[in-house]
Write a protein that binds this ligand. Structure first.
Ligand code: NDP
Length: 328
């Protein structure tokens, strides 16, 4: 396993990590979670991603129970959570980063996890209805209390991240250290263009999500939607609508490129994310152990991603990229 610093922070994360969105609570129970966490940990993965909203809090409970079952040394791995969507309908408890919500949210998360602290805590989305100053103070206080070690953002604009960082800098508060954006072969612009100046200016680290675009880049949707796959799950129709059929079909073009390198399309797509040096860790997802095993082997492929291979990938996905850029 390769370990990378989380931007300018001293802490190091494994280049590949494992998250629980969609899977925990619907496809993965405590035993399956423990088996996958253990397999990942044994292969050097040291970061497990989660969020308050995943499966309405159940995802944190499952991860906490699985980690307890495994009895791993707490100092040897990092766990995250994220706040914004909330678990309740009240005016101060949903789609917000107000101080009251954030302060009680961390206590709820720690209880569900059964942990004394989380390593990374993210503001899961920006909140235009709470002053940035209030958010920064609350996140500073969460870190100062020892309930979280580093704070960051998820899907914030470069301007919002810089604004939060500058407030923290002026007030001598803990600064946002990392951002969690989507990054994969079909969604590139934020990481490659919008955030470009933040890497050098403020030492931003990245924990990127959906390296397979929810499994689409594995190519398994090219000929239809397999039973039991993410796009077939009730409640995820909105996800299916994000990817026009032409995009699903065109992902088959990655197959021959991967095959020539002795790899699978999933490994190729994940390795492509790892190749970007601004990415601290690529958060993978898996509903089954076999997927995890396949995906973790992607690291071996990174040195084989030469410029001609990268050009071939771009050419193969050019039609899909053009469609995605015009499809929100
Ligand atoms: P991926 O894009 O890698 O999708 C993972 C899913 O793809 C799996 O659950 C599985 O779904 C399928 N899959 C995985 N490997 C393979 C394979 N080798 N062959 C075929 N299918 C495969 O990642 P996620 O979208 O799950 O995102 C990863 C993590 O990022 C999340 O768990 C979460 O922690 C984080 N995240 C953060 C967000 C944010 O807003 N901050 C948003 C989304 C995710 P199946 O078998 O069901 O088809």
């Amino acid at each position: 396993m390769e370990y990378r610093r989380l931007g300018s922070a001293g802490v190091k994360v494994s280049a590949l990590s494992l998250g629980s969105w969609v899977t925990y609570g619907s496809q993965v129970d405590i035993d399956a979670a423990a088996a996958m966490l253990k397999a990942a940990y044994d292969q050097g993965v040291n970061f497990f991603d989660n969020a308050e909203s995943y499966a309405g809090g159940k995802s944190e409970e499952i991860m906490g129970a699985a980690l307890k079952k495994l009895g791993l040394r707490r100092s040897s791995y990092l766990v995250s959570t994220k706040f914004y969507w909330g678990l309740h309908e009240g005016p101060n408890e949903k789609n917000t980063l107000n101080r009251k919500y954030l302060m009680q949210a961390i206590d709820g998360s720690l209880k569900r996890f059964g942990l004394e602290y989380v390593d990374l805590v993210f503001c899961h989305r920006p909140d235009p209805n709470t002053p940035m100053e209030e958010v920064v103070w609350a996140m500073n206080d969460m870190v100062a209390s020892g309930k979280a070690l580093y704070w960051g953002t998820s899907e914030w604009s470069a301007e919002e991240i810089r604004q939060a960082w500058e407030i923290a800098d002026r007030r001598n508060l803990r600064k946002p250290q990392m951002e969690q954006p989507q990054y994969n072969l079909l969604f590139r612009d934020r990481v490659e263009k919008e955030y470009q100046r933040l890497y050098g200016d403020i030492g931003l680290g990245l924990t990127t999500w959906s390296p397979l675009a929810s499994g689409i880049l594995s190519g398994k949707y090219a000929k239809g939607i397999p039973a039991g796959s993410r796009l077939s799950l009730p409640g995820y129709e909105w996800l299916k609508d994000r990817f026009p059929q032409d995009v699903l079909t065109s992902t088959a073009a990655l197959d021959p490129i991967a095959r020539d390198l002795g790899a699978t399309a999933s490994q190729l797509a994940i390795a492509w994310c790892v190749k970007n040096p601004h990415v601290s860790t690529v958060i993978t997802g898996a509903s089954r152990l076999e997927q995890l095993d396949e995906n973790l082997k992607a690291l071996d492929l990174v040195p084989k991603l030469t410029q001609p291979v990268l050009d071939a990938i771009d050419q193969a996905l050019a039609p899909a990229l053009a469609i995605m850029r015009n499809h929100v």
